[in-house]
Design a binder for this molecule. Structure first.
Ligand code: ADP
Length: 322
């Protein structure tokens, strides 16, 4: 019987569990055996594995995180670590390895495929949504929902106290979470890594808002924006305007929680499609979703190309905030 392996690697994201479940159930349906590898590439090196039968993934569809656990492995970046991993893959008789993770994990998958001749297939799962070759990554919309819920609650207190709030959301290199949660949450401004921000202009807009009768404001700040942390920006705004402000850093809250409807559907579709691709002997690819359809892209493209944020949403928010 053919065997496939599945692991989750890098940053966790809500929806990894429905995806693992889909890989396991679709593989069993197609007559394959599935080996689950715990703690990503680290588990591959340490042979930390479990046989996955249909019941091993019962009751996980609604759970955040990943039952296979995830990790970052420095050892796997080196030849010795990779050798150990490859030896274990061969001993286990794994014919295709399915890697659920972000772009770092895909670099590792590519190494396995291109350097060590282990067929690999990637499934994009990260809350950042910053992977080319797919409109959505597993976990993004759940993270946006979490951020939005927080913004709504912050708005209640901001309005009651006539305050300015700066809410820092995740996104070191991309502003997807900031842009989507900011637009949906009615933010007065959104600071993202993709655009430079002039703080004088931000302060002028706040002043104009006040003149028009706005008594409270919320600014969404992506971690990787071009100015600094939310706390730094807040103190600079206070110095310039004198507004009383508060800072909320959402942090790892955004990684947790039950996957939303879309992340479950996406996890299930991409997981099943990855198994189909493995059966068809496809390799060194990532399975994504583009315009609602499953799309396969070479892993080599994923590393080279950067997904662009839709700046129309940013300018739309500027109009909404007037
Ligand atoms: P993410 O998948 O969330 O982007 P990381 O960037 O931390 O997470 O990558 C996860 C793991 O992938 C790393 O800890 C490492 O083991 C492996 N990895 C990343 N880049 C490479 C590389 N160039 N060669 C081999 N393995 C890599």
């Amino acid at each position: 019987m053919e065997r496939i392996g599945v692991l989750t690697s890098g940053g966790d994201s809500p929806g990894m569990n429905p995806c693992i479940r889909a890989v396991v159930r679709a593989a069993i349906y197609k007559g394959l055996e599935v080996i689950g590898i715990r703690r990503g590439y680290m588990g591959l090196i340490e042979n930390d594995i479990q046989i996955m039968d249909a019941s091993s993934v019962s009751g996980i569809i609604y759970r955040g995180g990943t039952v296979l656990k995830t990790a970052r492995s420095k050892e796997f970046m080196e030849k010795e670590g990779q050798e150990k991993a490859v030896e274990n893959i061969k001993k286990l008789g794994i014919q295709t390895l399915i890697v659920i993770g972000g772009d770092g994990s895909f670099r590792g998958a590519r190494v396995l495929d291109e350097k060590w001749d282990i067929p690999t297939i990637g499934i994009p799962a990260t809350i950042d949504n910053d992977i080319w070759g797919t409109d959505f990554t597993i976990g993004f919309l759940t993270a946006v929902d979490t951020a939005l819920e927080a913004i709504d609650k912050i708005r209640d207190t901001a309005t009651s106290h006539d305050r300015l709030f700066l809410v820092e959301v995740m996104g070191r290199t991309s502003g997807f979470i900031a842009l989507w949660s900011g637009l949906a949450g009615g933010a007065e401004d959104i600071l993202i890594p993709e655009l430079s921000t002039n703080l004088d202009e931000v302060c002028a807009e706040l002043d104009e808002g006040r003149k028009r009768g706005k008594t409270s404001s919320i600014i969404i700040v992506a971690e990787g924006n071009k100015i600094g942390s939310a706390a730094e920006i807040a103190s600079r705004i206070r110095k310039k305007t004198g507004y009383e402000e508060r800072v909320v850093v959402l942090g790892h809250l955004q990684r947790g929680g039950s996957p939303c409807l879309w992340d479950r559907i996406l996890g299930i579709r991409l997981g099943a499609a990855a198994v189909d691709a493995a059966v068809k002997k496809k390799r060194n690819i990532m399975i994504g979703i583009v315009n609602g359809e499953i799309k396969m892209s070479p892993l080599s493209d994923i590393g080279k190309k950067k997904k662009k944020i839709n700046l129309d949403l940013y300018y739309l928010n500027r109009i909404m905030a007037t």
